[in-house]
Design a protein around this ligand. Structure first.
Ligand SMILES: [Zn+2]
Length: 413
């Protein structure tokens, strides 16, 4: 590749080129006809723009869709596969996942390790940076073409400042408070870094390759250790005036409810997160409630969402009751979201929905039908997300790749 991304020149039609590049980036192996349909431009206009992008070495065609080797070959347009690369890092509470991807979002190498967050911030970052270096080396790419790194983080962050505001995990609160993670990452690797909320990263992957492909106005809800969401309006993430929109987990569902890590009482997260569900079950067992959960788990420490789901499938009454309780809280909050935003769909992902999709979704559907205004409730699709546990790393890589294209075309590097 002899036309590095930095040399792309601004032209009169730069904005149009940008939007066409974005279309190609969002749907690799697309065709001119599809681009014309998506953009509303004429086929001849698209042919001209694509010709110009190919001449600049930014776009290639004929790479062929992977797996489509028999019969008529589909001629696809993609960003040049060696135009540049990005690193996507999902620094989760339980798992650290890293991908090195091209600007189409196609992964070249990836690695995964348990985060072991209790080792403390400095040790976790040492492991993370070492694993990034290893994953980049494994990809065998020219390091000068590494154009950005994204870190998806599950704490409370300020995207504009690239700062971790807080990380409400046992034993971790003090060391992560107002921690400039983006700056530290940029110092380590010498390239631009994006710090983003992990749920937005997962939701970006869901929008591009999961159930979100079918919708432009939808909400992605993630229930794992905590509860978060990402709101898509017109196909774009809605961030709010300072980037903190989507705090679904901190909607008040019980005015005098338990204290939440954010300082408020009765937040959804304090009533219905994966961590809360486990606490509810543990507390009942401690109080002497008989349940198969303990037998399946082996010990109190072995109680997981998967074990609770297994017990519920065996009709264990404590497991069924606890799952129903958290699902009803989530459903109540979803009814408010449906009333407020009138979305086409709410997609549910995260550890709770991976462990017990059918056990939770039915309760949520019932609550939304029961509580939301009929007009909005009738038309909203409530579905389990399609992406898997590695969605955060791939999603953040795609967000970084979008920024790289944006910077290159507007000469804001
Ligand atoms: Zn809260």
């Amino acid at each position: 590749m002899d036309a590095p991304v930095q040399k792309v020149k601004l032209g009169k039609a730069a904005q149009t080129e940008l939007s066409i590049l974005r279309e190609i980036q969002a749907a690799p192996y697309t065709s001119r006809v599809e681009l014309a349909r998506q953009s509303g431009l004429s086929t001849s206009a698209i042919t001209g723009i694509v010709g110009s992008l190919i001449a600049k070495g930014v776009v290639v065609e004929g790479a062929g869709m992977p797996g489509v080797g028999i019969g008529r070959k589909r001629i696809g347009l993609t960003l040049h596969p060696s135009l540049g690369y990005v690193v996507g890092v999902d620094l989760g509470t339980f798992n650290l996942r890293i991908t090195v991807s091209d600007l189409n979002g196609i992964s070249i190498s990836k690695r995964e390790l348990p985060t072991q967050i209790w080792r403390g911030r400095d040790e976790v970052l040492r492991t993370t940076f070492a694993l990034i270096h290893e994953t980049v080396a494994e990809a065998g790419i020219d390091k000068s073409k590494l154009l950005g790194i994204g870190i998806a983080f599950s704490g409370v962050i300020n995207v504009q400042e690239g700062m971790v505001i807080s990380y409400p995990r046992p034993g971790q609160v003090e060391s992560w408070r107002r921690f400039p993670l983006r700056e530290i990452c940029e110092q380590e690797f010498g390239i631009p870094c994006l710090l983003e909320d992990s749920v937005r990263a997962i939701a970006t992957e869901e929008r591009t390759v999961g159930g979100g492909r079918n919708y432009s106005d939808f909400v992605y809800v993630d229930v794992g250790f905590g509860i978060g969401s990402a709101i898509f309006i017109g196909g774009k993430i809605y961030r709010g005036c300072n980037g903190s929109a989507g705090e679904f987990g901190h909607m008040t569902v019980a005015e005098n409810g338990p204290l939440c890590c954010c300082g408020n009482h009765g937040c959804l997260e304090a009533m219905a997160s994966g961590a809360t569900l486990i606490d509810i079950v543990k507390m009942a067992i401690t109080k002497g409630v008989t349940s198969r959960v303990l037998e399946l788990a082996g010990s109190m420490d072995g109680i997981t969402l998967e074990v609770i789901a297994e017990a519920a499938r065996d009709n264990d009454s404590l497991a069924c009751r606890a799952l129903s309780e958290v699902a009803q809280h989530i459903g109540t909050a979803c009814a408010d979201v449906v009333n407020l935003l009138n979305p086409e769909a709410i997609l549910f992902g995260g550890a709770l929905f991976r462990a017990a999709p059918e056990l939770v979704l039915d309760h949520i559907k019932r609550m939304v039908r029961h509580r939301a205004m009929e007009k909005s409730a009738n038309d909203v699709q409530l579905q389990i997300a399609q992406t898997k546990g590695d969605a955060g790393a791939h999603g953040i890589a795609k967000l970084v790749a979008e920024r790289v294209i944006d910077r290159a075309l507007t000469n804001r590097m």
